[in-house]
Design a protein around this ligand. Structure first.
Ligand code: VG1
Ligand code: CO
Length: 613
């Protein structure tokens, strides 16, 4: 392939390289070809000198019945995607099939992932299948690396038709771990249910897919690589820097000079950011260390690894225990951890002071003027997912702002943002973000907190305590029961729902210790999108008591094996004597009631949760 190195430009055919490393394999002999769709005067004579036309093959396949995208894409064990019977190919074809054929010829798709095992194989398949289906242009992060928020940013910047993200987020990776494929639309946000349902329908009937099996792309070299694919006009693969567009966006949102002063000025604070071997490492290095001047030891686990070093890349008190322990030493003023694909964040203060994610978004809301972006755009509205605590509601009330309560999953925020109704939102599951993109954004949340620290010149703990004094505190906890037997979990939820639908349930009293709660509302949460009127049902069982305390049960939609039951408890307190107490102590009676009502332990054979947040 020597002849392909250096600037090689060829009208209408073959492989063209501009600073990139295109490999049309295998190396070839002379072919003469007339390409359809070219002006006659050019006749598109592709004299192949060391390159080959890329052929499209149609492969017979059998449909699968289990390719229904969950809360955030299709997640399965790596071994399921790897199986030889076209599992990954089928799903990729189903995604591309939702893009209208007429649209594909001008379509750009952004592709990136969190670096986990099987990502590079999946990207090669996407390249081959996109080419064979007439997609015009793929933009891929270097070595396949691009965080979920960065993909959202690049889709919006390039006005791409959408993007494909290779990640199973916070789920473990490696050959025996999980893999995932997620589709985002032109707004940069996760495909809404209308589209994911369509993908699922296509996958269930898929008999064949189209692929260019010989097309291979070098993912390491930045630049454009152009291929001529059979009947389609040139197919362009562009490898881009994974960080630059995203960094550029953040520069326009935050006051980088103030952040630089906070992190490396004369009175700088010490921060510890743990990328947990996920995708956010290169972003931290470039933005926080190189650009904002934080010392090298402030960033750890910053090289993305295929198996996340054997850990769960999940930023919570259980799986980010290393960071929690380091913070306890008191050496650092601010700590944060991120998940595999960089959209989640956990914020800690000095000595490991934990900021609950439901509180985190409320604090950002209450201090939103510390972020220059919102001075420009104004604050249009606030939103949280249903199980997220009501801390944000209290801020919305004080600021006289509209508060939206959506089902779990970031895709539900997108319509509100597109309609100009929503600026800041969050989920209890360590997701925080704004309308700067259409995904939650871990590093954005950290820079938002640092902006507040820079403005208020107080510690994380002082800011949090001050917030509780002003707004009262929503005590919140979540219990996760992972990999429970699916049948038992489904049956438990079904029976609980039946119990809760009995007309006598409302008004019932439940006691534990010296506490008694009276049921005011009990339902299975349903959401009507205020923008397009679409209805999403069965989004979680809610028991709301007369004092506003809530018990919520949901089945996770991101697991890959068995079922994960989530139990959420939210209870408001504004008695100044009580707001600093331990949430587990404060919420113990409600936990007790939840376990009794649902018979969760008896029904699942568990004696306790896998993770408590
Ligand atoms: C979980 C969280 C949800 C989050 C989703 C995707 O979903 O509860 O709040 O949006 O993960 O986050 P579930 O259905 O398992 O409860 V991520 O970082 O995996 O893209
Ligand atoms: Co994630």
């Amino acid at each position: 392939m020597e002849s392909l190195h250096g600037p090689l430009k060829r009208e209408g055919g073959g492989v063209r390289e501009e600073g990139g490393g295109a490999v049309a394999s295998p190396p070839c002999r002379t072919t003469l070809r007339i390409t359809q769709g070219c002006p006659p005067q050019v006749l598109c004579l592709s004299l192949s000198l060391g390159f080959k036309m890329v052929k499209v093959s149609t492969v017979q396949t059998k449909p699968y019945t289990d390719q229904k995208p969950g809360t955030s894409g299709l997640r399965k064990r790596v071994t399921v995607f790897q199986q030889n019977q076209h599992y990954a190919e089928n799903f990729i074809q189903s995604i591309i099939s939702v893009i209208e054929p007429a649209e594909r010829q001008a379509a750009t798709l952004v592709v990136g992932g969190d670096g986990r095992f099987f990502m590079k194989d999946a990207i090669q398949l996407i390249v081959q299948i996109a080419a064979a289906n007439g997609i015009n242009h793929l933009v891929i992060g270097q070595n396949g690396i691009m965080s979920t928020p960065a993909v959202s940013c690049v889709i919006r910047k390039l006005k791409a038709v959408g993007g494909i993200i290779l990640t199973a987020s916070h789920n473990p990776g490696g050959p025996n771990g999980d893999f995932g494929i997620k589709y985002n639309i032109s707004s940069g946000g996760p495909a809404p249910e209308g589209i994911t349902n369509k993908i699922f329908e296509i996958s269930k009937g898929l008999q064949e897919y189209h692929i260019c099996p010989e097309l291979k792309v070098d993912l390491s070299k930045i630049g454009k690589q152009t291929f001529e694919v059979d009947t389609f006009k040139p197919f362009i693969v562009e490898i881009v820097d994974s960080v630059e567009a995203y960094a550029e966006m953040l520069r326009g949102i935050f006051d980088f000079a103030a952040l630089k002063d906070l992190l490396s000025g004369a009175n700088h604070i010490n921060v510890r950011l743990d990328a947990m071997h996920g995708v956010v490492g290169p972003y931290i290095k470039k933005i926080v260390c190189e650009e904002l001047g934080s010392p090298a030891n402030s960033a750890v686990n910053c090289v993305p690894q295929e198996d996340f070093g054997g850990h769960h890349p999940d930023p919570n008190l259980t799986y980010a225990a290393d960071l929690v322990n380091t913070m306890k030493s008191g050496e650092y003023d601010f700590g944060a951890a991120f998940d595999g694909d960089g959209d989640r964040n956990m914020v800690l203060g000095k000595h490991g002071f934990f900021v609950n994610p439901s509180d985190s978004v409320a604090v950002i809301g209450a201090n939103i003027t510390s972020i220059p972006y919102f001075k420009k755009t104004g604050v249009k509205g606030l939103a949280r997912s249903m199980p997220t605590s009501g801390a944000l509601d209290n801020v919305a009330k004080a600021l006289q702002m509209q508060l939206y309560e959506t089902p779990t999953g970031w895709k539900f925020f997108g319509n509100l943002m597109d309609a100009g109704k929503l600026s800041l939102c969050g989920e209890e599951s360590f997701g925080t973000g704004s309308d700067h993109i259409r995904e939650k954004d871990g590093l954005w949340a950290v820079l938002a907190w640092l902006s507040i620290l820079a403005t208020r010149k107080q510690s994380v703990e002082e800011i949090m305590k001050d917030h509780w004094q002003k707004f009262g505190r929503n005590f919140f906890t979540r219990y996760d029961y992972e990999e429970v037997d699916s049948d038992s979990a489904n049956k438990m939820i079904k029976d609980l729902e039946a119990q809760m639908s009995d007309p006598s349930f409302v008004g019932k009293q439940f006691s534990s210790g010296d506490k008694t709660y009276k049921v005011a509302v009990s339902d299975n949460f349903a959401y009507t999108d205020p923008v397009d009127g679409s209805v999403s049902k069965n989004q979680g069982l809610r028991i709301i008591f007369s004092d506003g305390s809530r018990i919520i049960f949901r089945l996770s939609g991101t697991g890959s094996a068995g079922a994960t039951i989530r139990l959420y408890i939210d209870s408001y307190e504004n008695d100044a004597q009580k707001i600093y107490q331990d949430p587990q102590v404060m919420l113990a009676p409600l936990v007790d009631i939840a376990l009794k009502v649902s018979q969760l332990h008896e029904r699942t054979g568990r004696t306790g949760p896998t993770v408590i947040t």
